[in-house]
Design a protein around this ligand. Structure first.
Ligand SMILES: Nc1nc2c(c(=O)[nH]1)N[C@H]1C(S)=C(S)[C@@H](COP(=O)(O)OP(=O)(O)OC[C@H]3O[C@@H](n4cnc5c(=O)[nH]c(N)nc54)[C@H](O)[C@@H]3O)O[C@H]1N2
Ligand SMILES: Nc1nc2c(c(=O)[nH]1)N[C@H]1C(S)=C(S)[C@@H](COP(=O)(O)OP(=O)(O)OC[C@H]3O[C@@H](n4cnc5c(=O)[nH]c(N)nc54)[C@H](O)[C@@H]3O)O[C@H]1N2
Ligand code: SF4
Ligand SMILES: [Mo]
Length: 731
C-alpha cells in the first residue's frame, strides 16, 4: 500500500501519476534482502545511486531470475527517502534501450555524417592515444579539453589532468546554476551548489520564481514541496505559465517573461519602505544597507506593474505575506536560471530578498548544510599546469568561479590565446545544450580530434571521430557520491547488471587510456572495488556494509540557529552584502538594477522552456519506458493567441525564429494556462541524430532555435530565453 505521503507526492503532477502506473510496479521490496524468494522467480536486490539526473538519489535495483526487474528508492537515502521520481523508476529502460551504442566506433565518412566502422576497444583506444600524443607534441597537452557532466567523467578528468590537460567546461554550470551560485556568492560569500540547502519541508511560505517543482522533478524538493503543501504553507508562484507548482499556489503571478528583476526589486522596496524586514538580522549581519535602500527607493510596485504586468496591489500583498511568515519564508533560489543573460544580478536580488526575510540558517529558510568526509585515494600529484586555461581570458567574466563554456568554444574557434585541437566529451550533448549550434559546429571543424564518450548515438556523437560506448549507471561502478544536506552522507554506485554488448565503464576506459599515454601511475588500482575499498579503509568505513546498504551517514550537527548553529559570512566585509563594493570596483551595479527586455518583432513571441516531468534534458527521449509516457513535446500557446492565428490544439506547426531557423514540426497545445504574449515548450525533444530511432524528429528542439544569446557580464552564463519565434502552419 502506498503511504499517504507517497500518494500526495504522486498527485503533484498528472504526468507523474501516469509514470508510476506504467512502469512495472512497485511492490514493497524488502530492502537489502539480497536473494529473497518472490513468487516464481528469485529476486536479488542491489543498492546503487541513480544518475538519470544529477540529484543522485539512492536506489535499490531488483533482479528477478538474474534479469533487471525494477529500480526503487533506498529508504536509507536522504535524497530519495525511499521513493524515486518517474525518471529514476524508468532507469531499467536505459539498460534495455535498443538505440544504445554497442561497440566502439571510428568515423568512416565526413564529420557529422554519422558514418562509422566498428572497431575493437584496443583499436579505438590506440587511435585516441595516438591523436592525443600528436596534439600534445605539436601544441602541448593544454590544447586538449574536456567537456563533462556527471559522476562518470571523474576518471577522465583525473587522467587528462595527469597528462597536463587543464581546459574543461560543463554546460551544467554556465548554462544552468552558475548565475545563481554567483549571485549568492557575491551576497553571502557562498554559492548554494547541489543539493540546495533549502528547508522546503518546514517553510510557512514558499516563493517560486520560475522554479517549476513538480515538473522539475528534483526528487527531495518535490517530496518536501508536497509536505509543505500538506502542512498548509502559502505558495507564491511567479511564472508566465500556469505550471504544476502554480496550481498549488495561493498567488499565481503570471509575469511578463524577462521582467522578474523588476518584481523582486519592488518586493525589496515594499519590505524596506513598510519596515517589514528583519531589522535584527540586517543590523547584525548587513553591509551597506542604507546605500542599498537608497538604490531601490524608486522601484515601487507601481513602477514594477508597468514592467511585469503584475498589479501593484498584488505585489504589495505578496510582499506582506512573505513578511508575515518570516523567517520561515523561503524564496527558492532557482536552479536553471540562465534566462536573459543578466541572470546573476537577478539571482543576487533574490538572495537579498531572502536576506531581508532573515531566513539564513533558519528553520523553513536556508539551512547550513552538513557534509561528511571520505578520505581520497593516494594519487601522485598532478604536474604543474603548463599554460593558463583559455575559457576566461584576462578575467573577462570577473566573477566566473567555474569554466565558461562559450569561452572554451570561442577559443577553439579563434585559436586564441592558444589553439585547442582536441575535445573529449563525456555525457554532454553539446549540440543540444550550448546556445547557437552553428558556433559549436564551427569549433568542432577546427579540431584534430573529437572523442565522445556516450551511451547513445546522440547529436554530438554524430560529429565525433571516435565514439566510446559507455555503460549505463546500472551497469558500472563509479566514485562515491559524498553529499551534503541536513546531515552528510555518502552513496555507493555499483553494477547491478552486465552491459548488454561491448560497452565499458568510464573508469576502465580512463585507466586503459592512462596506460597508453604513459600516466598509468595515476590509475594504480586493479579495479574500482579496490579503489573504493582503499578509500573506505582509510576512513574507517565498513566497505562490506556500505556495499550491502548503499548509504553511509555522516555526523549530525546543528544546521539552524534554532538548533544552536552559528552563522558567518565569507564575503570581503564578512557580512551579507546589501551593497557590493567588489561589484562597484569591477564596474558593475553594486545593487541590482533592472533593464527591460527587448521587445519582440511584430508577430513574434518569446519562447521560454522548462522540463518534462518524465524526461531529463535531451538524454532520455529514446528510453522505451519514458518515451511511452511522453513521446514528443508540445508548444503551449494561449488559447486566444491560437484562435487569432487560426491554430487548434493537436495541430502541427513549425516554429521559426528571427534568424530564419525553422524547427521540426511540433504539436500545438492551445491553453488558458499561459500568457497571450508568451510561448512555452519543454526542452530536449526534436532530435536530429539518425541513430536515436525512437526520438528522431519527434517534437521540436528549443536549443536549435536558440541562435541569439547574451552572455552574463559577471560570470559568462548564456541566455536561453532570448529568442523570439513565430509559427508556420503545416500543410
Ligand atoms: N536550450 C537549452 N539548453 C540547455 C538547457 C535548456 O533548458 N535549454 N538546460 C541547461 C541545463 S540546466 C543543463 S544542466 C545542461 C545539461 O547539459 P549536458 O551537460 O550537455 O547534459 P545532458 O543533456 O544531460 O547530456 C547528456 C548526454 O549524455 C549522454 N549520457 C546519458 N547517460 C550517460 C552515461 O551514463 N554515460 C555517458 N558517457 N553518457 C551518458 C546522453 O545520451 C546525452 O547525449 O544543459 C543546459 N542547456
Ligand atoms: N523532470 C526533470 N526534472 C529536472 C530536470 C530534467 O531534465 N527533467 N533537470 C534538472 C536540472 S539540471 C535543472 S537545472 C532544473 C531546472 O528546473 P527549474 O530551475 O525549476 O526551472 P527552469 O527550467 O529555470 O524554469 C522553468 C520554468 O520557468 C518558467 N519561466 C520561463 N521564463 C520565465 C520568466 O521570465 N520568469 C519566470 N518567473 N518564470 C519563467 C517556465 O514557464 C517554467 O515553468 O530541473 C532539474 N529537474
Ligand atoms: S531526481 Fe529522479 S532521475 Fe534524478 S536522481 Fe533522483 S530518482 Fe534519479
Ligand atoms: Mo541544470
Amino acid at each position: 500500500m502506498p503511504s499517504p505521503s507517497r500518494r500526495r507526492f504522486l498527485k503533484i503532477s498528472a504526468a507523474t501519476l501516469g509514470a508510476a502506473a506504467a512502469v512495472p510496479m512497485l511492490q514493497q521490496a524488502t530492502p537489502f534482502a539480497r536473494a529473497a524468494s518472490a513468487g516464481p522467480g528469485t529476486v536479488t536486490t542491489i543498492p546503487t545511486y541513480c544518475e538519470m539526473c544529477f540529484w543522485k538519489c539512492g536506489g535499490i535495483a531488483s533482479l528477478r531470475d538474474g534479469k533487471l526487474w525494477k529500480f526503487e528508492g533506498n529508504p536509507l537515502d536522504p535524497m530519495s527517502r525511499g521513493r524515486l521520481c518517474p525518471r529514476g523508476t524508468g532507469a531499467p529502460g536505459n539498460h534495455i534501450d535498443p538505440d544504445r551504442l554497442k561497440r566502439p566506433l571510428i568515423r568512416s565518412g565526413e564529420r557529422g555524417q554519422e558514418q562509422w566502422k566498428s572497431v575493437t576497444w584496443g583499436e579505438a583506444l590506440d587511435y585516441v592515444a595516438e591523436r592525443m600524443k600528436k596534439i600534445a607534441a605539436e601544441h602541448g597537452p593544454e590544447s586538449i579539453a574536456l567537456w563533462k557532466h556527471g559522476t562518470g567523467s571523474r576518471f577522465f578528468e583525473h587522467v587528462m589532468r595527469a597528462y597536463g590537460c587543464v581546459n574543461k567546461a560543463a554546460p551544467s554550470f554556465a548554462q544552468c546554476r552558475g548565475p545563481r551560485d554567483i549571485g549568492n556568492l557575491l551576497t553571502y560569500g557562498t554559492g548554494l551548489g547541489s543539493p540546495e540547502p533549502t528547508d522546503i519541508a518546514n517553510t510557512r511560505c514558499l516563493v517560486l520564481i520560475g522554479t517549476h517543482l513538480g515538473e522539475n522533478m528534483h526528487n527531495t524538493q518535490v517530496q518536501e514541496f508536497a509536505e509543505a503543501i500538506g502542512k498548509g504553507a502559502t505558495i507564491i508562484c511567479v511564472d508566465p505559465r500556469y505550471s504544476t507548482a502554480a496550481s498549488k499556489a495561493k498567488h499565481w503571478l503570471p509575469i511578463r517573461p524577462g521582467t522578474d528583476l523588476a518584481l523582486v526589486l519592488a518586493w525589496l522596496n515594499v519590505l524596506v519602505k513598510e519596515g517589514l524586514y528583519d531589522k535584527d538580522f540586517v543590523a547584525k549581519h548587513g553591509h551597506g544597507f542604507d546605500k542599498f535602500a537608497a538604490a531601490i527607493a524608486e522601484n515601487t510596485p507601481e513602477w514594477a506593474e508597468k514592467e511585469t504586468g503584475i498589479a501593484a496591489g498584488v505585489i504589495r500583498e505578496t510582499a506582506r505575506e512573505m513578511a508575515r511568515h518570516r523567517p520561515a519564508t523561503l524564496v527558492h533560489p532557482g536552479r536553471r536560471v540562465n534566462w536573459n543573460g543578466d541572470d546573476a544580478q537577478r539571482a543576487r536580488a533574490i538572495a537579498l530578498l531572502n536576506a531581508l526575510l532573515g531566513n539564513w540558517g533558519r528553520q523553513g529558510g536556508i539551512f547550513l548544510a552538513a557534509g561528511m568526509k571520505i578520505a581520497g585515494y593516494p594519487f601522485p600529484k598532478y604536474p604543474e599546469p603548463g599554460k593558463p586555461k583559455v575559457d576566461n581570458p584576462d578575467g573577462r567574466w570577473p566573477f566566473a568561479d567555474e569554466e565558461v563554456t562559450t569561452g572554451l568554444r570561442e577559443a577553439t574557434i579563434t585559436g586564441k590565446p592558444y589553439p585547442i585541437k582536441g575535445w573529449v566529451v563525456y555525457a554532454a550533448n553539446l549540440i543540444q545544450t550550448l546556445p547557437n549550434e552553428k558556433e559549436t559546429i564551427e569549433a568542432i571543424k577546427k579540431l584534430d580530434l573529437l572523442v565522445v564518450v556516450e551511451t547513445h548515438p546522440s547529436e554530438i556523437a554524430g560529429w565525433a571521430d571516435v565514439v566510446l560506448p559507455d555503460t549505463t549507471f546500472l551497469e558500472r561502478h563509479d566514485d562515491f557520491y559524498v553529499g551534503w544536506g541536513r546531515q552528510g552522507w555518502a552513496a555507493m554506485r555499483q553494477p547491478v547488471v552486465a552491459p548488454p554488448d561491448e560497452q565499458k565503464p568510464a573508469w576502465w576506459m580512463a585507466k586503459e587510456l592512462a596506460n597508453r599515454l604513459g600516466v598509468g601511475a595515476y590509475m594504480p588500482f586493479k579495479d574500482m572495488e579496490e579503489y573504493l575499498a582503499v578509500r573506505c579503509e582509510k576512513s574507517g568505513i565498513d566497505y562490506a556494509k556500505f556495499k550491502r546498504e548503499g548509504i553511509v551517514m555522516g555526523p549530525k550537527k546543528p544546521i539552524t540557529i534554532e538548533e544552536g548553529a552559528e552563522i558567518a559570512f565569507d564575503t570581503p566585509s564578512k557580512k551579507v552584502e546589501f551593497f557590493s563594493d567588489q561589484l562597484a570596483k569591477a564596474g558593475f551595479d553594486p545593487v541590482p538594477k533592472y533593464t527591460p527586455p527587448e521587445a519582440p518583432p511584430a508577430g513574434f513571441y518569446p519562447l521560454v522552456t522548462g522540463r518534462s516531468p518524465v524526461h531529463t534534458f535531451s538524454r532520455t527521449q529514446t528510453n522505451p519506458l519514458l518515451a511511452d509516457l511522453v513521446g514528443e513535446n508540445e508548444v503551449w500557446i494561449n488559447a486566444a493567441t491560437a484562435a487569432k492565428a487560426g491554430l487548434k490544439s493537436g495541430q502541427y506547426v513549425r516554429l521559426k525564429n528571427e534568424d530564419g531557423v525553422v524547427s521540426n514540426r511540433v504539436k500545438v497545445k492551445a491553453t488558458q494556462r499561459i500568457r497571450p504574449d508568451t510561448l512555452y515548450m519543454v526542452y530536449g525533444f526534436g532530435h536530429t541524430a539518425k541513430g536515436l530511432r525512437r526520438a528522431l524528429n519527434k517534437g521540436a528542439s528549443a536549443a536549435q532555435l536558440n541562435t541569439r544569446y547574451k552572455v552574463d557580464p559577471l560570470m559568462g552564463g548564456t541566455s536561453i530565453h532570448r529568442n523570439f519565434v513565430t509559427f508556420e502552419k503545416e500543410a
